[in-house]
Design a protein around this ligand. Structure first.
Ligand code: AMP
Ligand code: ZN
Ligand code: FE
Ligand code: FE
Length: 292
């Protein structure tokens, strides 16, 4: 079984349509795919149609931008009722923060004599509600100022770079609760990614488990071998589900090919059991796994 539980489509900042993403998953021989666009379920319907057509097992999820102790944390939410009003309200706030940040970033770029319009960004993003820095990066590529997204982050958009602008993110603990109330389960995405810091550590993860966290993504390209080993042992000690995923973004992120990291069948089954229990407790109409 090859199970990839974290991928993006053009419903956020991936470069493939949901249909293309599902087709690609079949082509590379995945058995299970989760679509987890940033802060939106907008890609779910198209992905579901294609998964049914091609006979691929599909998990519907999203990657929610949250903040904990002042630091950004990405929270993967699997199988929540996407119509649960308090969750929708929080997602709307995050999407609004994404939208309102764009003109500020463009002003910063203008200050460096780089002329990009709102319309350029809209064209790059294909009109998604989850506008992100990758779309501004694509506009910079289209203008010929950089050769790819990575260079755009390194020179302009990454933390500490001149066009970097902060945006609203949802409080982590509240979001874990909202996902649970919506009948879904939460997994922290690349907990020790990028910063390279071993935070959140064992004590913090134990506290988050008490708040309803179900798992942590251990096998991710942002984690080196030592981080994976240590994080896996902490997760096992705490009886948290361990996942592995590509965080695929189409051609938008190098080294994140579909299936580059995978989740074990046992951890996947456990995650689905927790989701079924959360769904039953919530009394919400939650999406089911799409099965061939
Ligand atoms: P934002 O959602 O606007 O905060 O942008 C962050 C997103 O940009 C992350 O979720 C990644 O998908 C993507 N990203 C971050 N760094 C890079 C990079 N160096 N190259 C390509 N994409 C990146
Ligand atoms: Zn992304
Ligand atoms: Fe992420
Ligand atoms: Fe992601």
């Amino acid at each position: 079984m090859r199970i990839d539980l974290h991928t993006h489509s053009r419903a956020s900042d991936g470069t493939q349509s949901p249909e293309e993403l599902v087709r690609a998953a079949v082509t590379v021989g995945l058995d299970v795919l989760a679509i987890t666009d940033h802060d939106t379920s907008a890609g779910w319907a198209e992905a579901e149609r294609t998964a049914r057509e091609l006979g691929l097992e599909l998990v519907r999820g999203m990657e929610i931008s949250t903040k904990h102790h002042g630091r950004g944390v990405h929270l993967l939410a699997y199988l929540p009722d996407p119509t649960y009003p308090p969750l929708l309200t929080e997602l709307a706030r995050v999407l609004d923060g994404r939208r309102s940040r764009v003109p500020v970033m463009l002003d910063r770029l203008r200050g460096m004599d780089i002329e990009i319009t709102d319309e350029d960004v809209r064209r790059a993003s294909g009109g998604t509600a989850a506008t992100g820095r990758p779309h501004v990066a694509d506009a910079l590529v289209a203008l010929g100022r950089v050769t790819d997204r990575s260079e755009a982050f390194d020179r302009y958009l990454g933390a500490g770079r001149p066009a970097h602008v902060d945006r609203y993110a949802a409080p982590l603990v509240d979001t874990i609760r909202l996902v649970r109330e919506a009948g879904g389960v939460s997994v922290i995405a690349h907990p020790w990614g990028r910063s390279g810091r071993h935070w959140p550590g064992a004590a913090e993860l134990a506290a988050l488990k008490d708040e309803g966290l179900s798992g942590v993504e251990v096998d991710h390209q942002d984690h080196d071998t030592d981080s994976r080993r240590l994080l896996r042992s902490i997760a096992r000690d705490l009886d948290l589900v361990v996942t592995g995923s590509s965080d695929h973004h189409g051609t938008g992120k190098i080294d994140h090919d579909l299936g580059v990291n995978t989740t074990s069948a046992a951890d996947y089954e456990r995650l689905l059991e927790l989701a079924a229990a959360a769904s039953a407790r919530s009394g919400r109409q939650t999406p089911q796994v799409v099965r061939p």
